[in-house]
Design a protein around this ligand. Structure first.
Ligand SMILES: Cc1ncc(COP(=O)(O)O)c(C=O)c1O
Length: 412
């Protein structure tokens, strides 16, 4: 396998050391093949919001498994999950299930173009929308981690239609619209950025994008693959009160199985085949196992107090991390919203990818190694958000903060 992994960031290239080979996961914990236990803040990169291998999810999956793994035909469970997503996410009136976030973003871009008849799209520096060609321009996640400004194999003709702006810079977006009249299909963004570290939208930024897209006859698309059902039950759009035209999802709605989805206004989604002419299909899309895990996960999240708990746990964690760093005389800036957090080893503020790049990545690598030695598994990159879950207890947080205190003291 290239680099010994199935997805690049897992290889620990940007933090050094050897990747940990997992054997099993449960609740907030992961065990490696040598039997070492880690408190996990990656959560399979987002899906494990109820904790790994939640007993209710596993039981539901076992039951579903008896009925078969894939139908390749309509199944009742798709309807149930679709109804749950539509009920929860303000922008979604119709939804199509796919198998990954990448697939969802790739399809939504085609839909943006099909609906508007325009080819260009605006994305933001440091935002990651999967690995489809036209998004590999100033992308975050592994692309940022590995310092690839772009990828070989991506034709220039494909990315010629991808325009980029700094995150939180509404004026730059307005300028792009002015320079490309009637040519931009829409704006796609992570409403809260988790692929360039953790960057929150400044007051007025999301609202401003809503306005400017509307004024220009373009679509606003929230990529909520990471933030969906994590920033709140209805995603970032619900939390911030800004409703996009289209939304992509993944991770949490698959409850740990491969899922993606895109949805939005019925008028736009009716363009999708077979309701409309825009082609998009998938052999395993809407398969009963992924739908089951998604439904059960959302049911658990719907229980009273779930998001209050996530918010409180995460706030306690990030406050403790910042205090611990400052206690060791280190520069740090960090924040959290709901079950997502991040910090940068620099003075801050960090409002966009350019500012994020001033973080001390070498020191982060040392921190990562020190934390790993103390049984804490953080994302192996300075440019990935952290994730908490309902399974992280106060004791887990305290143990984590103790490890941070020791590690910061070691690397200062
Ligand atoms: C915001 C966002 N969009 C899209 C993707 C791609 O999703 P997947 O890895 O499921 O293809 C990711 C993955 O991390 C993501 O965070």
């Amino acid at each position: 396998m290239p680099g010994g992994v199935s997805s690049p960031v897992r290889a620990f290239k940007s933090v050094g050391g050897q990747p940990v080979v997992f054997d099993r996961v449960k609740g907030p914990y992961a065990w490696d093949v040598d039997g070492n236990r880690f408190i996990d803040y990656v959560g399979s990169w987002g899906p494990a919001i109820c904790g790994h291998a939640h007993p209710d999810v596993i039981a539901a999956l076992q039951e579903a498994l008896e009925k078969g793994t894939s139908f390749g035909a309509p199944c009742e469970l798709e309807n149930k999950l679709a109804e749950m997503v539509i009920e929860a996410v303000p922008s979604v009136e119709m939804v199509r299930f796919v198998n990954s976030g990448t697939e969802a973003c790739m399809a939504v871009l085609r839909l943006m173009r099909a609906f508007t008849g325009r080819d260009k799209v605006i994305k933001f520096e440091g935002c990651y929308h999967g690995h489809a060609d036209m998004f590999l321009v100033k992308a975050g996640s592994g692309v940022a981690t590995l310092g690839l400004p772009d990828s070989p194999g991506v034709p220039r003709s494909t990315t010629a239609n991808t325009l980029t702006a700094p995150y939180n810079d509404l004026e730059a977006v307005k300028e792009l619209f002015a320079e490309n009249p009637d040519a931009i299909s829409g704006v796609i963004l992570e409403p809260v950025v988790g692929n360039a570290g953790f960057i929150t939208p400044e007051p007025g930024f999301l609202e401003g994008l809503r306005e400017v897209t509307k004024e220009n006859g373009a679509l606003l698309v929230f990529d909520e693959v990471m933030t969906g059902f994590r920033i709140s039950y209805g995603g970032a759009q619900s939390r911030f009160g800004v409703t996009p035209d289209l939304t992509t999802m993944g991770k949490v709605i698959g409850g740990g199985l491969p899922v993606g989805a895109y949805g939005g206004k019925a008028e736009i989604m009716s363009m999708v085949s077979p309701a409309g002419p825009m082609y998009q299909a998938g052999t395993l899309s809407g398969n009963p196992l992924a739908m089951t895990a998604g439904i059960k996960t959302l049911e658990l999240l719907k229980q009273e107090g779930a998001y209050e708990k996530l918010e409180a746990t995460t706030k306690r964690l990030i406050t403790g991390i910042i205090d611990a760093a400052k206690g060791s005389g280190l520069s740090i800036t960090g924040s959290s919203i709901s079950a997502m957090f991040g910090f940068y080893l620099c003075e801050g503020p960090v409002r966009n990818f350019e500012e994020a790049k001033s973080a001390d990545t070498e020191r982060f690598g040392k921190l990562h190694n020190a934390m790993l030695e103390r049984g804490i598994y953080l994302a192996p990159s300075a440019f990935e958000a952290g994730f908490t879950s309902l399974a992280h207890s106060d004791d887990d947080i305290e143990a984590t903060l103790q490890a941070f205190r020791e590690s910061f003291a070691l690397i200062k």
